[in-house]
Design a protein around this ligand. Sequence first.
Ligand code: NAP
Length: 308
Amino acid sequence: MEHIYDCIIIGGGPAGLSAGLYAARSKMDTLLIEKAEYGGQVTTTAEIENYPGSIENCTGSSLSERMKNQASSFGVKFMEDDIADTDIDGAIKVLKGKRDSYRSRTIIIATGANPRLSGFKNEEQLRGRGISYCATCDADFFTGLDVAVIGGGNSAITEAIYLSKFAENVIVIHRRDSLRATKYLQDRAFHNSKIKFIWNSVVEEAKGKEALEQLVVKNKITGETRKLKVDGCFVFVGYDPVSQLFREIIKMDEKGYIITDEEMRTNIEGVFAAGDVRKKSLRQIVTAAADGAIAATTAESYIEKMKF
Ligand code: NAP
């Protein structure tokens, strides 16, 4: 008969890995399923400065590797699979992956979020040929060259600062005249001589035959367009939750973020959500890790109650 786990965690980012650590330490038989890379979005972050205790030169990849090793040392099992279908209404939850199917008493959804496209012409055509969504992965290609960064949030400004270590010029194109990023990051960017800003502007089109050559940038106030010659363009305009699989069954807000209570319970008994996929006000590694710990602890109490 197919094995029944106490807890299956979907997603191997900080929320999922922290949930795994807490679940395994409370002696739940725990499986973590990840479809691609452990660490999730964090692995695309070059420098982690605001996770308490993260040391100098702490990269997203090194932090997630340590988190995975720690969870593994307490007994979390890991499986690479892409869950394509679910039956999670009953006491035993069933997850059907592309490789195998899995059964568990509780599920923790920690599927995170994916980078959003900005929506300009040729964005998808030139993706990987000058247009990127990951500075850590691609910054090196643009050493000594000119790059644009689209967005004004924490991601855009963090990555613009990182890119300035490689590129000759980093031009931040933002649709308003003030940044959304924290003041600390703003100060660092404003004092960085390699970073310039184009305010109140959006990219309408990317041009280039083999690779990106130019961006067509429109000023939203004057309506004027200009051609900006750049070698690379990094898009950081937010993220969309990876929650489609549960759309029909789990309560979400209008953007697809899963609604939970403070103990990470969803509207389905025995199903919890943690991290960036959850509706909440602050999406950080520290809050993802906290969510994971709470979700695992609530899952454990749920299983204990089921026994009586
Ligand atoms: P975000 O905070 O939602 O910011 C997205 C930015 O993109 C905003 O400036 C927004 O403009 C702009 N934008 C959105 N759609 C656009 C479009 N179609 N065209 C042009 N610009 C567009 O997203 P994020 O920066 O990726 O951050 C996501 C979450 O991760 C946040 O909670 C953030 O705090 C967190 N995070 C934290 C850190 C850190 O603490 N170091 C680093 C990275 C991310 P408006 O400002 O006009 O809306």
